[in-house]
Design a protein around this ligand. Structure first.
Ligand code: E4P
Length: 227
């Protein structure tokens, strides 16, 4: 199951790449403009940090299918490594996904709010769909149920499309998406870090250390130094 960073912030990506078992980075136009940098060098910098193997997801901004296709070709030409082009599930977007599939350009269908959008995108040839869990919940829908239904439809109809859960407001939603059978999740750096923010762990580790030092003395800062 993939763990993907939903951010274009260089410092946060560097940190998470060093400490967490990260599989890739997703971006969207809003995420990119937050960094206030020229977008192509920014994306190439992210690529340099994560390496060529990990997937880098870049979204189109055009409204018409032909524009999206040209943008997808441009992104693939300008950036090195494993690129997935994010295409919104508008009617034009679905047409673009079909055309890009014929050209062998890999896509993720984004802004997915319903199982039927996911179904159409999968049939059109999207490699991934990204249901927007928290945005669905904020519309008083049920983001987790949408994810479960997509998983069921893909399984029952043997659609090879993968589900990358997106748009999260808390770790509980992420856990529910993992349990529902998603192939991956993409989350903001703060939420990825929050997966390990458990005060009891720090308290336990401190207790283990205190117990050790109580017998072996203050010099025993690690196993090698313990006499
Ligand atoms: C990722 O692909 C999406 O663009 C992103 O998860 C949206 O998240 P948000 O609802 O927190 O903006």
């Amino acid at each position: 199951m993939q763990l993907v960073i939903d951010s274009a912030n260089i410092e946060k990506i560097k940190y998470l790449q060093e400490y967490f078992p990260i599989d890739g980075v997703t971006t969207n136009p809003t995420i990119i403009v937050k960094e206030k940098k020229p977008f192509l060098p920014l994306l190439q910098e992210i690529r340099d940090i994560i390496g060529n193997e990990k997937e880098l997801f870049v979204q189109t901004v055009g409204s018409q299918a032909e524009e999206m296709v040209k943008e997808a070709q441009f992104i693939n030409k300008e950036l090195s490594g494993n690129i997935i082009v994010k295409i919104p599930v508008t009617t034009e977007g679905i047409k673009a996904i079909k055309l890009l599939k014929e050209q062998g350009i890999r896509t993720l269908a984004t802004t997915v709010y319903t199982p039927m959008s996911a179904y159409v995108a999968a049939k059109a040839g999207a490699e991934y769909v990204a249901p927007y869990v928290n945005r669905i919940d904020n519309l008083t829908g049920n983001g987790i149920q949408v994810v479960k239904d997509i998983v069921t439809i893909f399984k029952q109809h043997e659609l090879s499309c993968k589900l990358l859960g997106a748009s999260f407001g808390n770790v509980q939603q992420i856990q529910q998406v993992c349990l529902a059978g998603a192939e991956g999740i993409t989350a903001a750096p703060e939420l990825i870090e929050a997966m390990l923010t458990i005060p009891s762990v720090d308290a336990n580790v401190q207790q283990f250390k205190d117990d050790w030092l109580a017998l072996y003395g203050k010099g025993a800062i690690n196993l090698m130094e313990t006499k």
